[in-house]
Design a protein around this ligand. Structure first.
Ligand code: GLN
Length: 554
């Protein structure tokens, strides 16, 4: 039996997906969350993933997309990025339930003799464990949005479906709402409903009747097709909602609202609170850019009608899979909406060292060198950084990008021959980037990375201080290496400004150069904290400086 009592004040919204993967369930969940956001209602997101990894931290970004880092150091599924960006909230690592976590718990319990002689089975022990975790997590929330990863019919999510079926059985329909995202293709000009019918049938086999069907489609589904879906899937006609292609994912909450989805959810779950109206409410953003005090609808308008245009380069090794850089791309999208600027991207794969590398930089107005691991493409990135430094091209170095800026500066300005990070060359004469002694000890204990939120103290009078507008800030981290303290003095003498350091002053958090329009690097990943209504200040100022450079050159 369930060992934890179900919470009494929580309403559950379950989101499943059918037909095929990649329909944007994360966007749908985040959009639903944003629509029902209201002061006085606390929302929790729980993402259930069927794989057996404990968390996605060790999974290849080329296969699984970016690893998203939370305040508490959780390395979680990309969808958490959507939840945070849409709702401007901080999520927690415990909100990601993978089957790996569940099984790990079951096997630990079994070894500890917690099942008192019972035969441990998929049902009920595993489903109970899933329910326990969901109940414990949602205990204090008013609303729990629970996204089931994968596609209905996948063997690996069957236990999650069985667990949520039981939750509805325990809670009743006023407290549980099932939303199913399906795909409605267009063939010869006609919306085809059969895949949706089949996937709902698959859901029914698991004992789940959806209340709302979201139709992912290229254009609004024709009335006739909607009627068919409603009839064959046992869903009210008005509860069939279109999810058509949009220019930006941030349009989706507005598209849902225009179809009354917020009201449907409110009525079905009997919510008493007044929901925020995103076409009206203005969110004050933390940037010093006054004009960003705009409503969601105004931001979308800005996004769709940009008043200016720039091109920036992103240099990395996964340039073919843009999902591995999704937080950076979204941070840029936030800038687009707030500054009304179209940002064209030029992806530069720095693994190909050739003349073209710097040639291709001649056409851009700024360059981002993002985070990364390993040696591939590193020398190319260093060439790009040197070019940006010498040619007054705005540069934003994120984590590895900052470390490589130090390497470049060490080699070419401080005269440190073959200076390097020990990640790239363990034997380097000048390890300007290294694993510090304290960190080595942690590594031996099994924790390998500096993960999650760390505070930084900013130095008055620097650009970074001006951008953040305060002395004490924090950003998220995910790395092993640091600027080697032995070289700080020399680097500083030659012109690097350490504009932000850790609270104990031992670690470098931000660097910048004087006499350069914008040359800033950070050991952190500010992209993880950029939100649609509240963009990351460092990105906003970087883009402003790219705009300025472009105008000056014109
Ligand atoms: N590879 C570098 C380190 O581990 C940088 C990591 C990153 O960019 N996230 O320190």
């Amino acid at each position: 039996m369930v060992s934890f009592n179900p919470p009494t004040n929580t309403k559950f919204i379950f989101i499943t997906g059918g037909v095929l993967s990649g329909l944007g369930k994360g966007i749908v969940s985040a959009s639903v969350g944003r629509l029902i956001k209201s002061t006085g209602l606390s929302i929790i997101f729980i993402k259930c993933d069927g794989y057996l990894n404990i968390d996605p931290g060790t999974m290849r970004p080329t296969e699984h997309g970016e690893v998203f880092v939370q305040e508490d150091g959780g390395e979680v599924d990309m969808d958490f990025g959507h939840y945070e960006r849409f709702l401007d909230i901080n999520t927690k690592s415990s909100w990601n339930l993978t089957m790996g976590k569940i099984f790990n718990q079951i096997l630990t319990n079994e070894r500890k003799g917690k099942y008192l002689g019972q035969t441990v089975q998929l049902i009920p022990q595993t489903t109970n464990e899933i329910k326990n975790k969901i109940y414990k997590l949602s205990e204090k929330a008013n609303i729990a949005v629970i996204e089931i990863g994968g596609t209905v019919g996948d063997i690996e999510i069957m236990l999650f479906l069985e667990a949520i079926r039981q939750i509805k059985n325990e809670y009743g329909s006023k407290n549980c709402l099932f939303m199913h995202l399906s795909f409605v293709p267009v063939l010869n000009g006609e919306h085809k409903t059969k895949p949706t019918q089949h996937s709902v049938r698959e859901l029914l086999k698991a004992g789940i009747q959806p209340d709302i069907i979201i139709c992912r489609t290229s254009e609004a589904v024709a009335r006739r097709a909607k009627e068919k879906i409603a009839y064959f899937c046992n869903v009210l006609f008005e509860n069939i909602i279109d999810d058509p292609d949009a220019e930006t994912v941030y349009e989706v909450p507005l598209v849902f609202k225009s179809q009354g989805l917020d009201k449907i959810i409110k009525n079905n779950l009997d919510l008493k609170n007044t929901l925020e109206d995103i076409t009206q409410i203005k969110q004050a953003s933390i940037t010093n850019n006054k004009s960003s005090n705009l409503s969601w609808a105004e931001l979308i308008k800005n996004y769709k009608n940009p008043q200016q245009e720039i091109t920036i380069a992103i240099c990395g090794k996964y340039t073919s899979l843009h999902d591995s850089y999704i937080s950076i791309l979204e941070a840029l999208n936030h800038c687009r909406a707030h500054l009304s600027v179209k940002i064209n991207l030029k992806w530069i794969d720095t693994s190909n060292l050739n003349q073209q590398l710097t040639e291709s930089l001649k056409e851009v107005n700024g360059v981002i060198v993002p985070g990364g691991f390993g040696t591939r493409g590193v020398e190319g990135k260093i060439i790009v950084i040197k070019y940006a430094r010498e040619n007054n091209l705005p540069f934003l170095g994120l984590c590895y990008g900052m470390q490589l800026a130090i390497v470049e500066f060490g080699r070419n300005v401080c005269g440190l021959n073959n200076a390097n990070s020990t990640e790239i060359d363990a034997q380097t004469e000048h390890p300007v980037i290294d694993i510090l002694q304290d960190q080595k000890e942690i590594t031996e204990k099994g924790g390998t990375m500096r993960l999650g939120k760390f505070p930084a103290v900013l130095k008055e009078g620097t650009k970074v201080y001006e951008i953040y507008g305060q002395e004490q800030i924090s950003e998220r981290h995910r790395h092993r290496y640091e600027v080697n303290p032995k070289y700080l003095k020399l680097l500083e003498e030659k012109g690097i400004i350490f504009s932000g350091v850790s609270s104990d002053k031992k670690l470098v958090e931000f660097i910048e150069l004087q006499n350069h329009p914008f040359f800033i690097g950070t050991q952190a990943h500010p992209e993880f904290k950029s939100r649609f209504e509240n963009p990351a200040p460092l990105f906003v100022e970087f883009i402003k400086s790219c705009i300025k450079i472009k105008k000056e050159k014109a």
